[in-house]
Design a protein around this ligand. Structure first.
Ligand code: ADP
Ligand code: MG
Length: 561
């Protein structure tokens, strides 16, 4: 094909793809526009996962009638006008790309009324072309309605996940901005249900109550309270180590009030929790960072969700220090149970061989082929309250009691589920479970999967659920924490991921822990059950359950041949 310049329609479709990745991107851009317009109330209405309808209504500054059409031109913005302005951006938008990008891939209606205007103006566009305009009475502010998103872009439509997943992303975007702007009243309705509503009181804790629930809010600690002239300034709230999560989804960072993803900041916070949290657990944190606009470059990505700091080291240490200081000052001396040890790969555990006989690589206890069956083993004893020492016809076995029990339970659960024989424990009183808007969306679409395993859960208010029964295996365990972990880690999962994920999670929470003394009978019973497993050598997460030292390897270690 000869080289030629692309048709403007093609160009705009390509460019739109960078800004509008999924329905939640539309919500993000529209909410940012409302915030830039100084709105104190923003309501978001979504239907059909955001594909059928997204409507964002605000009471902000509006657009003068003469400029409404211009707002949909590419690179048309009221927020910067020169190259120098790019150095000192404090608004959320500035690239003038959002409205034209959205209009290129959907059907858009805007109604807006600026102060001083007697009537408002409206504009309708389909696929970026204006198909209607006029004037209309309206209170001050702007309403943008987006319909049939991606209908003309089948390729993009195909890549979208389930409606629950898209709703989850949307709920997350609105939650983040509700945390960043506690003085703004947000309301999010998804398919007619109120998914989130904040009071707009200006107090961060009030937004946290709505997004994470009153229980989490009760454990939040303020950071960086004192007003200092120094820069960067850090303020916000972090969770006491009592509230922790298995994913990083509850770390929010705002730089000059812009919601950003930043590995640098995530590491600064997680490092600050060192010694306060078990490994593989992550804190809850809402952190605002203020610094002069020249100190941060926000123009490195079309979605504006990544930033570059001029002085990364300074930002890192300031955030780290603020979080660490708050934890040290406000927390009692931490007592960490080393439960995490059960999750470490046994090959990295301190194996009590004197250093001088520690062999050179390859290590003789490298994990074995996971599927080979297990011979009959004789239990010799327990090591460190964590490992079972056993002898087989072919040498020594060191079995990780937690991982082994996980494997046994996982196999049983799968077996029972298929025969609908899962043992269920009803709760004496139904228990209420409060979840974040995103978790709520995910939970709603997985009642059935959870019910297959014995969780009886029903809606009870907007973001509260009633739990009436749980699998007997986790009745006395932290099944609330387990449910939250599942909702976070499987948010995007398909049905099969859920079935396996729930089984894995029940097995993990139901299994004996490291550090727990076992009687001889218990150990024998566990080993006997492990012998029955088709895959005894790995836990359901794929980690080894045992280390095997064959008689031959032992002889070699002792220098005999
Ligand atoms: P940007 O936000 O980068 O300027 P957009 O395409 O998102 O680009 O919006 C273009 C312009 O339309 C904005 O600069 C602003 O002047 C106007 N605008 C968009 N949404 C609103 C709104 N909700 N209220 C007032 N003005 C708006
Ligand atoms: Mg914008």
């Amino acid at each position: 094909m000869p080289i030629k310049v692309l048709d403007p329609k093609v160009v705009s479709r390509i460019a739109a793809g960078e800004v509008v990745e999924r329905p939640a991107s539309v919500v993000k851009e529209l909410v940012e526009n409302s915030l830039d317009a100084g709105a104190s109330q923003i309501s978001i209405e979504v239907r059909g996962g955001g594909i059928s309808l997204i409507r964002v209504t605000d009471n902000g500054a509006g657009i003068p009638p003469g400029e409404v059409g211009l707002a949909f031109d590419r690179y048309a913005t009221s927020k910067i006008s020169s190259l120098e302005d790019l150095e000192s951006i404090l608004s959320l938008g500035f690239r003038g790309e959002a409205l034209p990008s959205i209009a290129a891939v959907a059907q858009v209606d805007m109604i807006t009324c600026a102060p001083g205007e007697k009537v408002g103006a409206y504009l309708s566009l389909i696929g970026g072309t204006i198909v209607g305009r006029g004037s209309l009475g309206r209170a001050r502010g702007t309403a943008v309605t987006v319909r049939n998103l991606f209908r003309q872009v089948p390729a993009r439509l195909k890549f979208l996940k389930s409606m629950a997943t898209e709703n989850g992303h949307i709920a997350n975007v609105v939650s983040q901005y509700a945390l960043a702007f506690p003085e703004v009243k947000f309301s999010l309705s998804i398919d007619g249900r109120v998914a989130l509503r904040t009071p707009g009181s200006g107090r961060l804790i009030d937004s946290i109550v709505e997004v994470y629930g009153a229980e989490v809010a009760g454990y939040m600690i303020e950071i960086g309270g004192e007003a200092k002239a120094s820069s960067p300034q850090v303020a916000g709230m972090v969770g006491s180590p009592k509230v922790n999560r298995s994913g990083r989804g509850q770390l929010s960072f705002f730089v000059n009030r812009r919601w950003v993803n930043s590995r640098l900041l995530a590491r600064a916070v997680e490092d600050a929790y060192h010694g306060f949290l078990m490994s593989r657990k992550h804190p809850v944190a809402v952190i605002n960072i203020w610094l002069p606009a020249q100190e941060v470059d926000v123009n490195i990505h079309p979605t504006k969700s990544e930033v570059k700091f001029r002085n990364e080291h300074l930002v890192f240490t300031t955030v780290h220090r603020a979080v660490r200081q708050a934890l040290v000052e406000k927390m009692p001396v931490p007592r960490i149970e080393e439960v995490a040890v059960a999750y470490e790969s046994p090959s990295r555990q301190a194996f009590p061989l004197p250093t001088q006989v520690r062999p050179a690589s390859p290590a003789p206890w490298a994990p074995e082929v996971p599927t080979s069956p297990l011979p009959v083993l004789r239990v010799l004893g327990q090591l460190d309250n964590s490992y079972i020492i056993a002898e087989g016809p072919d040498g020594l076995y060191l079995i990780d009691q937690h991982a082994a029990h996980e494997r046994v339970l996982f196999d049983n659960i799968e077996h029972q589920r298929l025969r609908r024989e899962i043992e269920i424990q009803g709760l004496l009183e139904p228990m209420t479970l409060e979840v974040s808007p995103r978790q709520g969306e995910v939970l709603r679409s997985h009642y059935d999967d959870l019910a297959e395993f014995g969780f009886s859960i029903e809606p009870f208010g907007d973001r509260t659920f009633l739990v009436r029964a749980v699998p007997a295996l986790v009745y006395r365990k932290d099944w609330v924490g387990m449910l939250r972990e599942l909702l976070d880690s499987l948010a995007e999962g398909a049905k099969s991921d859920w079935v396996e994920g729930i089984a894995r999670s029940i097995a993990c929470h139901g299994a004996v822990r490291a550090g727990q003394a076992l009687t001889d009978t218990e150990m024998r019973e566990l080993v006997r059950q492990l012998e029955q497993s088709a895959t005894p050598r790995t836990c359901p997460h794929g980690r080894p359950t045992m280390i095997h030292l064959s008689s031959g390897q032992l002889k070699k270690e002792f220098g005999r041949t």
